[in-house]
Design a protein around this ligand. Structure first.
Ligand code: ADE
Ligand code: ZN
Length: 337
């Protein structure tokens, strides 16, 4: 291991782009399938892992939604979330902002409350036992209708005190931000934070529309924004955070090689980039693995790694008090590293 990889392992950081359903490791998927009497179309963990070879976002999503079907009880959602939090804790993630996709579950007849209480009880126990703080972001599935997003928003309102914001994920192409303008107007009026996947596979216009129509606080991915120079200048001027996920981009053929990853150009353009794992159980690595492989491929310096960690805290939705505390922990680490 190189000295910079040791530096990464100890670097205090936040994770701002992780789908809890995407942290479902094959071993847990098999265990939950057994516990719930569900037959999986794979004979073994190895066979399932071998199926994780994707040519695009949709091929991944098909397996991801299939995998999520083993999640039935509150305990299942608790076990899933706690396993991720323990893993994140070993990567020096001090704060995490987790996406969840309730429609993936309510469509199968699982109650919103079951999903929500399972996830949030793991979040509170992890804060108590490991000191890891968290926020929850509910994502609407963009391949479904805006009406269904509105129904989901209304189902979430009784839990609003424990939801920081709302996002937009799933199949991007053909489902532009404009499709969800009205639901996000309601989300915004109620004072929630807003994020959206944009420019992962979709064109730069989707990034612009996420800014102008949805009025996002962060862009998830944003890779294809780099095709439009005026947009890059705007993102820099507005200090708009991007939650970048290099191993996801590699797995979904958004980039051919990590050496071509746009993170280098994002940093050079002064964009507020952060590094994240997206769906680590499917893409071969948690957040530190994303840092390590990207560092090696792009020759990131110690200062650039520290900037990525700093951006993760400043771009987070943590309280100002918690942000100050997290930045203080980072500064102490940098002073001795
Ligand atoms: N849902 C889970 N992972 C996703 C991704 N990378 N893009 C869009 N939707 C997702
Ligand atoms: Zn994502």
């Amino acid at each position: 291991m190189t000295e910079l990889h040791d530096f990464i392992d100890g670097l205090p950081k936040a994770e701002l782009h992780v789908h809890i359903e995407g942290t479902l490791e094959p071993e847990l998927m098999f265990a939950l399938a057994k516990r719930n009497g569900i037959a999986l179309p794979y004979a073994s963990v190895e066979e399932l892992r071998a199926a994780y070879s994707f040519n695009n976002l949709q091929e991944f999503l098909d397996l991801y939604y299939q995998g999520a079907q083993v999640l039935i009880t509150q305990q299942d959602f608790y076990d899933l979330t706690l396993a991720y939090l323990k893993r994140a804790h070993t990567d020096q993630v001090l704060h995490t902002e987790i996406f969840f996709d309730p429609q993936t579950h309510t469509e199968r007849g699982i109650a919103f409350q079951t999903v929500f209480e399972g996830i949030t009880s793991a979040l509170s126990n992890a804060e108590r036992d490991m000191g890891i703080t968290s926020e929850l972001i509910l994502c609407f599935l963009r391949h479904l209708s805006e009406e269904e997003a509105i129904e989901t928003y209304e189902a979430a309102l009784p839990y609003r005190d424990r939801i920081a914001g709302f996002g937009l994920d799933s199949s991007e192409k053909g489902h532009p931000p404009a499709k969800f303008e009205r639901v996000f107007a309601r989300v915004r009026a109620a004072g929630f934070r807003i994020v959206a996947h944009a420019g992962e596979e979709g064109p730069p216009e989707y990034v612009k529309d996420a800014l102008d129509l949805l009025k996002v606080d962060r862009i998830d991915h944003g890779n294809r924004a780099l095709e439009d120079n005026a947009l890059v200048e705007r993102l820099a001027r507005e200090a708009m955070p991007l939650t970048v996920c290099p191993l996801s981009n590699l797995s979904l053929a958004v980039v051919k090689d990590l050496a071509d990853h746009p993170l280098r150009r994002m940093l050079d353009a002064g964009l507020v980039a952060t590094l994240n794992s997206d769906d680590p159980a499917y893409f071969g690595g948690y957040v530190n693995q994303n840092f390590r492989q990207t560092q090696s491929a792009l020759n990131l310096t110690k200062d650039e790694l520290a900037l990525l960690a700093r951006n993760s805290f400043t771009a987070s939705f943590a309280s100002e008090e918690r942000k100050t505390e997290l930045l203080g922990i980072l500064d102490s680490y940098l002073a001795q590293a």
